[in-house]
Design a protein around this ligand. Structure first.
Ligand SMILES: C[S@@+](CC[C@H](N)C(=O)[O-])C[C@H]1O[C@@H](n2cnc3c(N)ncnc32)[C@H](O)[C@@H]1O
Length: 218
């Protein structure tokens, strides 16, 4: 066998085995966790590890965070994106992280403290009752959060309330998530909450959809 063929065969076998184990893990998690339940704090290692961070590495770029913005991160979990997002909005901006689980927010706070960042505000709260005034944030992003919420449209209506007119909410979903929703489902939820599609990225394995709150009355 040629050297090149051996290399390709090895790559195919290793890639195939990795894919098999990841899909098996997704199925096991699907069985363990009911739909519409938050990902337990003890599963932080599953959402925050180098392989997973690599798989969703485009989430923040696609969300289009800008310096000086006030940004809501809904469902930060252990905070895999929080520090990078806070750096992107910079010292003149503000990153507001809201999660329903105190254990997740504690991990975010430890991470932010270790990074020496001071522009992050944290809240333990439900997506249904965001502790923020109307039209107070420029942008929001959610990475694999919405399908964990029993009533995603209600949660998106609340995001709509706190966004400024013209503000954008960005949602990233990945196939390996046990709650993965198809793009059409995410679009249906967002349009039911009053949003307009602003941008689409990615593919069936991993996608980001950005939605805009219209400037005029809903
Ligand atoms: C799968 S984790 C994703 C964490 C992070 N966004 C990431 O991609 O690494 C989903 C997070 O959403 C939070 N969450 C689920 N339901 C929620 C709700 N109703 N309100 C606020 N946060 C919620 C969970 O507690 C969990 O931390």
């Amino acid at each position: 066998m040629k050297k090149q063929n051996i290399l390709w065969t090895t790559l195919l076998i290793v890639g195939g085995l990795l894919f098999f184990w990841l899909v098996l893990l997704k199925l096991i998690l699907q069985l363990k966790k009911g739909r519409g339940e938050p990902c337990p704090t003890s599963w932080s290692w599953i959402v925050d590890n180098p392989l997973r961070r690599w798989d969703v590495r485009h989430a923040l770029d696609r969300a289009g965070l800008r310096a000086g913005e006030t940004v809501l991160e809904l469902g930060p979990g252990p905070g895999a994106f929080t520090v990078d997002a806070a750096r992107q909005v910079g010292p003149t901006g503000r990153l507001i992280a809201v999660d329903i689980q105190p254990g997740m927010i504690a991990q975010v706070e430890a991470r932010v403290k270790a990074a020496g960042i001071t522009n992050v505000e944290t809240h333990v709260a439900s997506a249904y009752e965001l502790p923020l005034p109307d039209a107070s944030v420029d942008r929001a992003y959610l990475v694999t959060v919405l399908p964990e919420i029993p009533d995603p449209v209600r949660a998106l209506r609340e995001v709509y309330r706190v966004l400024k007119p013209g503000g954008v909410v960005s949602m990233t979903e990945e196939f390996l998530d046990p709650d993965y929703p198809r793009r059409a489902t995410t679009i249906a939820w967002a349009t039911a909450a009053g949003f307009e599609v602003a941008a689409r990225y990615g593919n069936w394995w991993n996608y980001t959809l950005n939605f805009r709150k219209p400037v005029g009355p809903a």
